[in-house]
Design a protein around this ligand. Structure first.
Ligand code: COA
Length: 387
């Protein structure tokens, strides 16, 4: 019987570590009909289960990483000339000492492309073999998205490309999204890039925000492993709360449509500077990060003792320390590079990951707990095996 057979296949798949979240496959709700609800339920369920049964899940490997940051640096001492602050205050409250910022004429796409090329080189994959590019960013060069510009710059001619906006959670959301395409056999090689230049939206007169943000790009390559090889994405958990948007945003501030005549022949849209309630975001982060990592670990069927490295969004050292303490992970297993880069939004996790991989701190086989959090509000964690 298809239902029984399908169920068995699905159950078999669920006991193995895999990239698809371990969800219970509940049936959709029913509308009134002449069929009994039980009859419809069994029909719909068998269709759902058969669809899963027909699909052989593919293995998925995190095969390479790369990063690129602008050369120009703004130190805490430089900021002392812009706002009433000092190096000691910034370093003790955030852990940040410097941030890299795009210079005039430099593009985010160019750095994203360099990060992508470095990741492809590590993975040993040619740009022409990339099937999908996901660019996680909130600050693209082009309102319509910059993933296609990255495609053009690296020559990934056959790739489908799109931007994904989930603020500082964007890289983790992009990684989970990319893994689904590989796991289901849709694509073989996926580039996931986190890239942001929030310096474009910072009010450099606002000492509450300008001390935090920097620019940068990081990328990883996901490749398909033929058959049901172990999957690098062991589990995940992701969430959003639009009611918290008031605490962190950069709102569109155009004037709306005006009567069209000579003096109003064109409209120029723009966005406000970043607006943030620091304490609210801090409270949200210290609550959300451990919770979402615990949920992702449960989804992966793993415990915190199996985590080799915490690779969290680099927003504030106090947030990293608090999350590590709550999770019971020793501080020497927390990757931190925010002293050098500040908060680079969607780039911060792949940038930290890439640096740690190239320093041989993270080595193949290590289990990593990644977690991003930020505007939206959004928060997301992925438990992954490197290499
Ligand atoms: N330099 C010196 N003094 C500063 C300052 C600065 N850059 N920014 C704020 N202050 C002052 C405040 O005016 C306040 O002074 P007062 O006591 O005389 O009123 C005092 O320092 C404390 O301000 P507060 O806002 O309570 O500081 P804080 O300890 O909460 O630290 C943040 C501020 C922004 C560093 C902290 O709230 C934070 O990191 N929040 C999370 C932000 C974040 O990560 N956002 C991105 C998420 S993706």
């Amino acid at each position: 019987m298809p239902l029984a057979g399908g169920s068995r296949v699905l159950a078999d798949q669920q006991v193995k570590p895999n990239c698809l979240p371990r969800q219970s496959h509940t049936c959709p709700p029913f509308t009134a009909s002449r069929w009994s609800s039980a009859r419809r339920r069994s029909l719909v369920c068998s269709v759902t289960v058969r669809a899963h049964a027909a699909q052989t899940l593919q293995g998925c490997k995190l095969a390479g990483s790369g990063s690129s940051v602008p050369e120009a640096v703004l130190s805490n001492t430089d900021l002392e000339k812009l706002v009433e602050t000092n190096d000691e205050w910034i370093a003790s409250r955030t852990g940040i000492r410097r941030r890299h910022v795009l210079a005039q004429g430099e593009s985010l796409s160019q750095h994203a492309a360099t990060a992508a090329q470095r990741a492809l080189e590590m993975a040993g994959i040619a740009a022409g073999d990339v099937d999908l590019i996901i660019l996680a960013t909130s600050s693209p060069d082009d309102l319509f998205g910059s993933a296609c510009q990255v495609q053009a710059l690296i020559g990934a001619k056959k790739a489908l490309c799109f931007d994904l906006t989930a603020a500082c959670s964007g890289f983790v959301v992009g990684l989970v999204t990319g893994a689904q395409f590989i796991r289901t056999g849709t694509y073989r090689n996926v580039l996931v890039i986190g890239a942001d230049a929030l310096s474009r939206y910072v009010d450099w007169r606002d000492r509450g925000t300008c001390i935090l943000f920097g620019d940068g790009c990081g990328a990883v390559v996901l490749t398909q492993q033929q058959g049901e090889q172990p999957c690098s994405l062991l589990g995940s958990s992701m969430a959003s709360d639009g009611l918290g948007q008031k605490h962190l945003n950069a709102m569109y501030c155009g004037e709306g449509m005006k009567p069209l005549h000579e003096t109003h022949a064109s409209a120029r849209g723009s966005f406000e500077n970043i607006s943030m309630s620091g304490q609210e975001v801090f409270k949200f982060a210290v609550r959300a990060v451990p919770t979402v990592v615990e949920a992702a670990l449960a989804n992966a069927g793993r415990t915190k003792d199996e985590v080799d490295w915490l690779v969290l969004h680099q927003a504030n050292q106090r947030i990293l320390d608090s999350a590590a303490t709550r999770l019971g992970v020793p501080s020497d297993r927390v990757i931190s590079n925010l002293a050098e880069y500040g908060n680079t939004s969607a780039a911060s996790i792949p940038l930290a990951l890439d640096e740690a991989v190239r320093a041989n701190t993270i080595v193949p086989g290590n289990v990593l707990a990644l977690a991003g959090f930020g505007a939206g509000l959004t928060w997301a964690s992925a438990i992954v095996r490197w290499g």
